[in-house]
Design a protein around this ligand. Structure first.
Ligand code: MN
Length: 257
């Protein structure tokens, strides 16, 4: 339905999918933030608040249950936002960067406590906003666009092989973290990160795992435990039904353009 894409290198005015796609996000996501989407993405991180989901809490049933979505968004994501804002107080230079640009400079924050707090919370904020926007109700999931479909076939041998590689990355992530599909040097790559790290965090994640995220799944237990308990694999299997392939494809097209 909508996406908040990223691009590498992380220029301030280069941080979304094509503008037409991005305007669609604005109509959906701007209500809580009280900013048009373009202004929202460019806004200082300190003013980049929690947006409403682009669908209702029950819209991803049965893949993700209503209660999980509500707690995940209104409590977990909200906490990342609030913790990030508190941490940025008194740090005007960092606070003036966009949320996206902030990701790539966290490694250069000298105060180790502040660096960890931003890694966890500015990371958590960006990751979750991205996550909500690459999902959509199951009847709108669709399929990859032509360019992305071709790239998946050429890189992984086919959609099923790609899904297996992605699922393995999620299943293999011990404890909490994320599995990602990124564009790196124009090529697709499956990676994973611990905690709230993401592939935009240059200097923190291994260089060969940095790139532009176009798809990501939250494999923290808070993302699935109420419904799936310990069955992370079942959650990941069901999650494919709510992937918004139009948004993922738009992010891919943006990343390789
Ligand atoms: Mn989460």
């Amino acid at each position: 339905m909508s996406a908040m894409c990223a691009r590498m290198p992380l220029m301030e005015n280069q941080n979304t999918c094509d503008r037409r796609h991005f305007m669609k996000i604005g109509a959906l996501a701007a209500t809580a933030a009280a900013l048009p989407a373009g202004a929202r993405a460019a806004a200082p991180a300190a003013e980049h608040g929690l947006a409403d989901l682009p669908y209702a809490y029950d819209a991803l049933e049965p893949s993700i249950d209503t209660k999980t979505m509500e707690i995940h968004h209104s409590r977990h994501h909200a906490a990342y936002v609030n913790n990030m804002k508190s941490a940025l107080e008194g740090h005007a230079g960092l606070a003036s960067l966009s949320l996206l640009a902030l990701q790539s400079v966290i490694s250069s924050v000298e105060d180790p406590s502040l660096q960890t707090t931003l890694r966890n919370n500015a990371g958590g904020h960006w990751n979750h906003e991205f996550f909500w926007n690459i999902m959509t109700p199951p009847d709108r999931s669709g399929s990859p666009g032509d360019a992305l479909g071709t790239a998946i076939h050429d890189t992984f041998g086919g959609m099923e092989e790609f899904k297996k590689a992605f699922a393995a990355a999620g299943a293999g992530r011990f404890g909490s973290g994320w599995a990602w599909l990124i564009v790196r040097d124009g090529k697709l790559k499956v990676t994973s990160t611990p905690n709230q790290d993401n592939p935009l965090m240059t200097g923190i994640v291994p260089e060969e795992e940095t790139g532009t995220p176009i798809l990501g799944i939250d494999v923290w237990e808070h993302a699935y435990y109420l419904h799936y308990q310990n069955r992370r694999g079942d959650y990941m299997d069901a999650w494919w039904n709510v992937v918004d392939w139009a948004s993922v494809s738009a992010c891919y097209d943006s990343a390789v353009s």
